[in-house]
Design a protein around this ligand. Structure first.
Ligand code: MG
Length: 338
């Protein structure tokens, strides 16, 4: 018998976050605990409003899923495929919370951190970028200075005057940049920008076109000077085959795919299709970001800074040293309450 507890939590952002889709100061996540045999596995859902999820729908989904498990007399030692078996349609963030809680339980039961459970070398954990929102030049300069320890910066673009953002960042740093257009460009607009960005030390571009525009993406990629990474175009394993040829890589997020188990399958599938892999996150506490970071020795790029944007993070876990993720060694996810 699994006992479920969950509680809503409002994450306060350090800075108002400006994106092509709009500004925000707070995020509304859900923490879960799964208790079994005297051990507690923790998880976090960051429901994505764009996909019709919120705290209430995530809470209802985790209750439904755990009730289904208990009716099936589910044994959490045999957790492979367990989340998919009971998943609630349209609620991948809730699935992610429970899946990471099952991995946390497994690691705690065996007394090993998740990376060790998976046979991964923590020294191979990825470098992570720090993301800058779309701000005025003065604010960007201050944020670039604050990001001194990060070797790569990710810049949000996707509005009409977005070249000014790159110029403002370039005025104060020559670090490599990743650009995330968040679906904000047209095919012609992207074609005009890519060579300009390549000349300015940009190393990759994420989601230049709207999610469904795969034919246009194939055309764009044919003469792109930069690798193009899918984010909004990819959710789960099933999306990957059709992205080969349209993108050079995919951004895997636990909240889109439903947890570490699905993410591991996606990494393998991406490799089989010749795609690079980025691990990303939503705005999350150190709980969910650490769960993703534990997989990072497997990937090419990490953009796991969601916890660094939060002023009231109730957990500690992964840390960043000179831009590289340092994985905690406590059993399971390796996360502690502050
Ligand atoms: Mg993105």
């Amino acid at each position: 018998m699994l006992t479920l507890r969950h509680r809503p939590y409002t994450l306060a952002l350090r800075h108002t976050f400006r994106l092509a889709r709009g500004d925000s100061d707070e995020r509304y996540n859900l923490f879960v605990e799964l208790e079994h045999d005297g051990l507690i596995g923790r998880g976090e859902a960051a429901p994505i409003p764009r996909y019709a999820q919120d705290q209430a729908s995530a809470a209802a989904a985790v209750e439904t899923m755990v009730a289904r498990w208990n009716r099936q007399r589910f044994d959490p030692r045999r957790f492979e495929g367990a989340v998919a078996r009971v998943a609630v349609a349209g609620q991948p963030a809730a699935a992610a919370a429970l899946d990471m809680a099952l991995y946390d339980l497994a690691g705690k039961r065996l007394g090993v951190p998740l990376h060790e459970l998976l046979g991964l070398d923590p020294a191979g954990a990825a470098i992570t970028s720090l993301t800058l929102g779309m701000d005025d030049a003065e604010t960007l300069a201050r944020k670039v200075a604050e990001a001194d320890a990060f070797p790569v910066l990710k810049v949000k673009m996707g509005t009409a005057d977005d070249r000014a953002v790159i110029e403002a960042v370039r005025a104060v740093t020559d670090k490599p940049l990743w650009v995330d257009a968040n679906e904000g460009w047209t095919l012609d607009g992207a074609r005009a920008r890519l060579p300009w960005l390549a000349e300015r030390g940009v190393e990759l571009v994420e989601q230049p076109l709207p999610a469904g525009k795969l034919a246009e993406m194939r055309a764009l990629r044919a003469d792109s000077p930069l690798p193009l990474i899918a984010d909004e175009s990819v959710g789960t394993l099933a999306d990957i085959p059709r992205l080969a040829g349209a993108f050079d890589g995919i951004n895997i997020k636990l909240m889109k795919c439903g947890g570490p188990g699905e993410a591991l399958k996606m990494i393998a599938a991406a490799r089989a299709h010749g795609l690079q892999v980025m691990l990303g996150c939503m705005v999350e506490s150190s709980l969910a970001v650490t769960a993703a970071a534990q997989l990072s020795p497997l990937v090419d790029y990490a953009d796991l800074d969601g916890n660094l944007l939060v002023a009231n993070d109730p957990f500690t876990g992964v840390t960043v040293k000179q831009g590289r993720l340092r994985l905690p060694t406590d059993p399971g996810l390796g996360v502690r309450e502050r």
